[in-house]
Ligand binder design. Structure first.
Ligand code: ADP
Length: 492
């Protein structure tokens, strides 16, 4: 049985902790993949110190040299993608097709970041004074803590680690306790790519223990976090006290507006994909369909048909369209929200219980569930569920749809289905989300395009794309006077 180890200062070290947890395949709880030791606070501190000690050398290494290591990592990831995809499906539960997609995205992100290392440029700026100029340079922070969730256990770490390293930071990486195998493999590939010791450190264990220890360590200058709003806001508050930089990507409650003139089959197909794909365990998942009354009956009939058709099962079986919930906690949470929806008076049209059938008895499978006539103030319309549950809210017109769509504390992504160009642009102007889609699902993104949200969803600079390095760098402004004389007068 594999016992996952920490990677500290270039060495794979067994944790001395007496506390451990099994890494369980959520599609078959009899399949125990390995054991994660819940590391000690002392081990977390050792990792921060290793990163701190490695920083000077890292900062002095030219960015293109750092980028070459990330480029090598991208190639190794490419070579290992099938292995990692299988590991991801076994540990997290998503289908193999989804895992392969996640690997592809991760490779793209690593390639993109490697390229960025050759243009980590500042700017030169015209001065008001003759024989003077100014310029800016981008510098790393020092030690950065990267705290990640289980739902994209390859892509999210890669889209944080790669830009952090290209920018010249050193890293302490704390993945979710549910997905240690993929985290270890990512770090092994970075090691094989030639990272000097101490530059990337991995500590496995509990968020409330080692996550807390790392995030609050005075040597950690910046924290990039993806996970729950509750934890993200707590980290933000704590970091503010010592002026550490914070980037948080938190919850979502993503709406889709479906107007009467749209291609309804396209809308249904896309909404089913957004709501039930990855078992609804994506921060970009579609959770609210806001549908014009006139077409609502037909929409609901079609989406229920789709939900009932979904083939549920072990993601390793290529016929499977929807895998299990990641663990017992998520499984129970989703069933709890189904009860809440019913109690609050929403009309449950399909699903609503543990999925049963051949080979499903030992996994955390839930049926895709559609609630109709959901009211905007109901908990299932307001709270992030992170499961295959779609709430349908009926509205009379576009204006009411916008009011309902924006009636949320969250603001990650959204979508509209219509062929009316005026309403498309009004939607883009009025919707309060960091990303939006037109005639396509709320999910999906590309490696070279920024990712992130507004309101309670996002804090700090956007991840990925042209903004990927913003969070990981500080700007230094330099004024150069080459007159050789004492300056007369002042600049204001
Ligand atoms: P989720 O509901 O997705 O598990 P969490 O916010 O609980 O969301 O977890 C996301 C990541 O944050 C995980 O790696 C988890 O271990 C870590 N984490 C949880 N609590 C804390 C904390 N108090 N301090 C630092 N990290 C934490």
């Amino acid at each position: 049985m594999t016992i996952y180890r920490n990677f500290i200062n270039g060495e794979w070290l067994a944790s001395s902790s007496s506390q451990a947890a099994p890494n369980i395949n959520p599609a078959n709880t009899n399949d125990i993949i390995g054991t994660i030791k819940l590391s000690t606070r002392e081990e977390a501190r050792t990792a921060v110190i290793a990163a701190h000690d490695a920083f000077k050398n890292c900062k002095n290494t030219p960015a293109p040299t750092r980028g070459k290591i990330v480029a090598k990592f991208a190639r190794l990831l490419e070579d290992d993608k099938e292995n990692l995809a299988q590991m991801l499906t076994r540990e997290e539960g998503k289908t193999l097709a989804e895992s392969r997609g996640e690997l592809l995205r991760s490779i793209n992100v690593a390639e993109f970041c490697a390229g960025e290392s050759r243009r980590l440029n500042g700017e030169t700026i015209q001065s008001e004074l003759a024989a003077n100029f100014a310029y800016t340079i981008k510098e790393p922070h020092g030690v950065v803590a990267l705290i990640t969730p289980w739902n994209f256990p390859v892509a999210i770490p890669v889209w944080k680690i790669a830009p952090a390293l290209v920018a010249g930071n050193t890293v302490v990486f704390k993945p979710a306790e549910t997905t240690p195998a993929t985290a270890v493999r990512i770090v092994e590939l970075f090691e094989a790519a030639g990272l000097p010791k101490g530059v990337l450190n991995l500590v496995l264990g509990k968020g409330s223990e080692i996550g807390d220890e790392i995030a609050n360590h005075p040597a950690v200058k910046a924290i990039s976090f993806t996970g729950s709003t509750e934890t993200g806001i707590k980290l933000y508050e704590q970091a503010a006290k010592r002026g550490a930089k914070v980037q948080c990507e938190m919850g979502g409650k993503n709406p889709v507006v479906v107007l009467a003139d749209c291609d309804l089959d396209l809308a249904v197909e896309s909404i089913a994909n957004g709501a039930f794909g990855s078992t609804g365990q994506r921060c970009t998942a579609t959770s609210r369909a806001i549908v014009i009354d006139k077409i609502a009956d037909e929409f609901v009939r079609k989406i229920v048909e789709k939900a009932k058709e979904m083939r549920i099962g072990d993601g390793a079986d290529t016929a499977t369209e929807m895998g299990p919930m990641v663990d017992e906690k998520q499984f129970k949470n989703v069933l709890k929200y189904i009860d809440i929806g019913r109690e609050d008076g929403a009309e449950m049209l399909c699903g609503g219980k543990r999925a049963s059938g051949e080979n499903l008895e030992n996994g955390y499978f839930v049926e895709p569930t559609v609630f109709d006539r959901v009211m905007p103030d109901m908990r299932i319309a307001q709270e992030e569920i992170f499961g295959p549950i779609l709430s349908v809210l009926r509205v009379k017109d576009f204006d009411e749809a916008m009011t309902v769509a924006n009636d949320s504390n969250y603001g990650l992504t959204s979508s509209i289905f219509t062929n009316d160009p005026n309403l498309i642009f009004r939607f883009v102007d009025e919707i309060e989300t960091g990303m939006t889609h037109v005639n396509s699902p709320t999910t999906g993104g590309e490696a070279h395009i920024p990712f992130g949200g507004v309101k309670m969803t996002g804090i700090g600079a956007r991840e990925q794309g042209s903004t990927a390095l913003d969070f990981y760098t500080e700007l230094k402004v330099v004024y150069v006077d080459y007159t050789g004389r004492r300056r007369e007068g002042n600049l204001y």
